[in-house]
Write a protein that binds this ligand. Structure first.
Ligand code: NAP
Length: 257
């Protein structure tokens, strides 16, 4: 029996990982801030799939929250075999419209928490010569898209660099870069998405299926869906100015403050 710890496990992509991995028979540790919602998800997954589901309420924008999850990941008596660093959010507004405090909060959740939790998990995995980490980034990592894109770019570079450093140790790391996925993300960030064409939207369950397939094939970077694979290829060829204009506006219409 293996155990998977998923951050941001109560909604969207994280909840899709939890459903799929519970269905595959893995025990779970679910992390998010809303304790009541965590409890409901845990009960549902346990009742439906018969797996053990722990909940860990933690705010990953706070040291205390990160420390609580680090402690769970370092518990040698209850090893975690797969860590999915998925918790994340968008801020409402473009650069200078967002407060510095909110920009720093994003870096804490998207970068510092990912670094600290990956490290806490990977040490034990390396000792056991077995384990994997999926760090959820975004296709925004490949284009200029405010602090969000910059933070996701860090996730990709960090993950692929660490994967290289740990090659041959039995520990696999993969950055997952989805495009637009129908979740609570855009509504929570107050982002209008009416200028995002319907064909660009992905389904969270399909994103997870593609991610787990890519992980099993030993990839260190997963871009689910052929449409986004083609687009990321084209982005490398198109003039930076054109890519920058399109990427910094699509799906970034903010409502009233
Ligand atoms: N949706 C997209 O189009 C898209 C595309 C590419 C990449 N992504 C990335 O995919 C990941 C998941 O996003 P999603 O679309 O599934 O978003 P979502 O539906 O809004 O879910 C976000 C999850 O993260 C948790 N969370 C948020 N802030 C947290 C914090 N400070 N501490 C702990 N947990 C926190 C939320 O639960 P609580 O509120 O209870 O904490 C929730 O479970 C993010 O990293 C996002 O950047 C999303």
């Amino acid at each position: 029996m293996t155990t998977v710890l998923i951050t941001g496990a109560t909604a969207g992509i994280g909840a899709a990982f939890a459903r799929r991995l519970a269905g595959d028979g893995h025990d779970l540790v679910l992390v998010a801030r809303d304790e009541e919602r965590l409890g409901r998800h845990a009960t549902e997954l346990h009742d439906r799939h018969g797996v053990e589901v722990e909940v860990l309420a933690a705010d990953l924008s706070q040291d205390k929250g990160i420390e609580a999850v680090e402690e769970r990941l370092r518990d040698r008596e209850r090893p975690v075999h797969l860590l999915v660093n998925n918790a994340g959010f968008g801020n409402k507004g473009s650069y200078l419209e967002v407060s510095l405090a909110d920009e720093l909060k994003m870096l804490k959740v998207h970068c510092e928490a990912v670094l600290r939790l990956t490290s806490a998990a990977a040490e034990g995995m390396r000792e056991r010569k077995r384990g994997a980490v999926i760090n959820v980034a975004s296709v925004a990592a490949f284009v200029p898209r405010g602090t969000y894109g910059a933070s996701k770019s860090w996730v990709v570079q960090f993950t692929q660099g660490a994967a290289r450093d740990l090659a041959g140790s039995g520990v696999r790391l993969m950055a997952l870069c989805p495009g637009f996925v129908r979740t609570e993300f855009h509504q929570r960030a107050g982002m209008g998405t009416d200028n995002v064409p319907g064909w660009l939207w992905l389904d969270a369950d399909k994103v997870v299926t593609a991610a787990l397939r890519d992980l099993s094939q030993g990839k260190t970077l997963s871009v689910p869906d052929p449409r986004y694979k083609a687009m990321t290829g084209l982005m490398k060829l198109a003039p930076r100015r054109v890519v920058s204009r399109a990427s910094s506006t699509t799906g970034r219409k903010y409502g009233p403050k």
